[in-house]
Design a binder for this molecule. Structure first.
Ligand SMILES: Nc1ncnc2c1ncn2[C@@H]1O[C@H](COP(=O)(O)OP(=O)(O)O)[C@@H](O)[C@H]1O
Ligand SMILES: [Mg+2]
Length: 224
């Protein structure tokens, strides 16, 4: 038996905005198993991104218990959180979040800098990962020289270069046309076949139906 990748128990997140409390997440329990494939759907504002940020260790819960890679995040300081994130989680955003003046290869290599990998190892691993996502011919292109689909593939390669056990993708096809979106989804599915747990936020019911499990969110809770 392998331990779950992520275990959330009754987690909540309340934002404080101009003295007003916004309860974005109100008690969510969820377990992500190794090699899981989970789709999260729900209307805009239902708390999907808030949940993804917590699962990815980009933010901390206001309440409840969250274990990432078996470690209770409430016991970790910011440096320990960053290290856990770097070792366990890959994150892909709707708007790619690439460095615009940096080549595809250097964008992908960046997470390895924080790991202290040497220059040669960084280049080799970044190159191999760009080959894996079908971009062997774009190593030295910068993001503004690539299509949206190519940029999202670079972002996926960057998320995977550290060999994470979980890939979190928050509406990764939201800025892509449907054909390009399909090819990015096919890539996520093939990564899942290779044993990476995938958690995907999507608006597309057909896409969600292809996951092993679907979670429907509404008003900060899981309703189904
Ligand atoms: N940084 C923030 N500060 C204040 N309120 C926020 C912040 N981020 C999100 N919210 C609010 O929390 C709720 C959930 O947002 P979000 O998780 O982004 O939903 P979704 O991704 O499902 O559209 C919304 O009401 C949103 O306005
Ligand atoms: Mg969102």
């Amino acid at each position: 038996m392998t331990a779950p990748a992520i275990v959330a128990t009754g987690i909540s997140r309340t934002y404080e905005l101009d003295g007003v409390s916004v309860p974005a997440l109100r008690g969510v329990s969820l377990t992500i198993e190794p090699a899981d494939y989970v789709a999260i759907v729900g209307t805009s504002g239902s708390g999907k991104s808030t949940l993804m940020h917590l699962l990815g260790g980009l933010d901390r819960p206001s309440g409840g218990t969250l274990l990432i890679g078996g470690r209770d995040v409430s016991t970790l300081n910011p440096a320990e959180m960053a290290k856990l994130r770097n070792e366990t989680i890959g994150f892909v955003f709707q708007s790619f979040h690439l460095l615009s003046r940096t080549t595809a290869r250097d964008n992908v290599a960046l997470p390895l800098v924080y790991r202290g990998a040497g220059r040669r190892e960084r280049r080799e691993r970044a190159t191999a990962m760009l080959e894996r996502v079908g971009l062997a011919h774009r190593l030295d292109h910068r993001p503004n020289q690539m299509s949206g689909g190519e940029q999202q593939r670079v972002a996926i390669a960057r998320a995977l270069v550290t060999d994470p056990s979980v890939l979190l993708a928050d509406e990764p096809t939201g800025n892509l046309d449907s054909a390009t979106g399909q090819s990015v989804l096919a890539l996520l599915e093939s990564l899942n076949d290779d044993g990476v747990a995938v958690v995907l936020v999507t608006h597309d019911r057909e896409v969600a139906a292809r996951a092993q499990r679907q979670i429907v969110m509404k008003d900060g809770v899981i309703v189904q």
